[in-house]
Design a binder for this molecule. Structure first.
Ligand code: SF4
Ligand code: SF4
Length: 321
């Protein structure tokens, strides 16, 4: 079939077909109203009308805390053995692009073994988003960084495959699909936000002072960012011998992040805010010049003091400090 169309009335059956490819996770809403990706046992729990989840899909690829090594006596175990096949359904374009960025970091040579195993087991199914005032990716952006994309249209979805796995899903769900009208090709595949004006990187723009005077270093903007991946590695020796080594999320907004051997390279909030800005919008080697901001709007939404780093990128000359 050239143009695969799925009627909304058949969505539940389509979800069953997706379960053939792994454990199905999708956007749901908790009892306290928090949007999140979670295991979808009951299709009635699916919430495709969400704007953004509180924590992005990076949690599936970079667990908050994981054991990466355990040794005791003659036992030596690395923690990344095996990963469960999983289908992540209902991912918006910004989050798909966020995963594409993490791929560039963690699958580069040498690839991170834990990330690689989880990524190879993950099937991504994207869906049309509903932008709100916090979003700032270019309008109409449709990511191709997925196996299958469902573009909402009328009483259903146009399905476009972007991988061999996507083709396999279409084949498995063929009995649910019908011929649709031809769809405009995806408009974009790439990061959404342009690289930053280098002039601003080390400037003394008064907005830095303004932000630093209100930032409380809570770290929420980094925790919720789909492309923030700072981590710490800790080793816990056992009195009986051996040790356990864990990797866990770190946060460049925390004062402790810049501590090395008794010194702190970024003791001031201003330094830490600027560091995050540099990493996010200007990229570090080997991703120098590549923005990792995908315009999801989470950092702006969660900041308790309304700091919006886009003020520095949108019209720095016109913003009053
Ligand atoms: S910097 Fe903010 S808007 Fe950009 S990807 Fe991260 S959380 Fe989203
Ligand atoms: S969320 Fe806001 S207050 Fe918290 S660390 Fe980020 S910029 Fe600072």
């Amino acid at each position: 079939m050239a143009n695969n169309f799925l009627k909304t009335s058949r969505l539940d059956q389509f979800l069953d077909a997706l379960r053939l490819f792994g454990e199905l996770h999708a956007p749901t809403t908790s009892e306290s109203g928090v949007h999140r990706f979670s295991l979808l046992d009951d299709p009635a729990d699916l919430n495709l009308d969400y704007r953004r989840t509180q924590i992005p899909p990076k949690k599936y690829l970079l667990p908050f805390r994981e054991e990466i090594l355990h040794c005791a006596g003659d036992t030596y175990r690395e923690g990344h053995c095996g990963a469960v096949d999983m289908v992540l359904f209902g991912v918006h374009s910004c989050d798909l692009e966020g995963i594409a960025y993490l791929d560039r970091v963690f699958l580069a040579d040498p690839a991170d073994p834990g990330y690689s195993a989880r990524r190879a087991s993950l099937t991504l199914v994207g869906v049309t988003c509903h932008p709100d005032d916090f979003c700032f990716c270019p309008e109409g952006t449709v990511s191709t960084a997925c196996d299958l994309f469902l573009a909402a249209s009328g009483d259903g979805f146009h399905l476009t495959s972007h991988s061999v796995r996507g083709n396999a899903i279409l084949a498995a769900a063929e009995h649910l699909l019908e011929e649709g009208v031809p769809l405009q090709p995806a408009t974009s595949s790439g990061l959404c936000f342009p690289p930053q004006d280098p002039e601003l990187r080390f400037s003394d723009h008064p907005l830095w002072e303004k932000f630093a005077s209100t930032c409380v270093s809570c770290g929420a903007c980094s925790v919720c960012c789909p492309t923030c991946y700072c981590f710490d590695v800790r080793e816990y020796p056992a009195l009986s011998g051996g040790c356990t080594r864990i990797r866990e999320w770190d946060n460049c907004l925390f004062a402790s992040h810049g501590e090395v051997a008794g010194a702190n390279f970024r003791p001031e909030r201003l330094d830490r805010l600027r560091y995050r800005f540099l990493h996010k919008y200007c990229g570090f080697t080997p991703l120098q010049g590549i923005s990792s901001c995908v315009g999801c709007g989470r950092c702006k939404e969660v900041c308790p003091v309304d700091i919006d780093l886009r003020e520095l990128t949108v019209a720095p000359k016109q913003v009053q400090p």
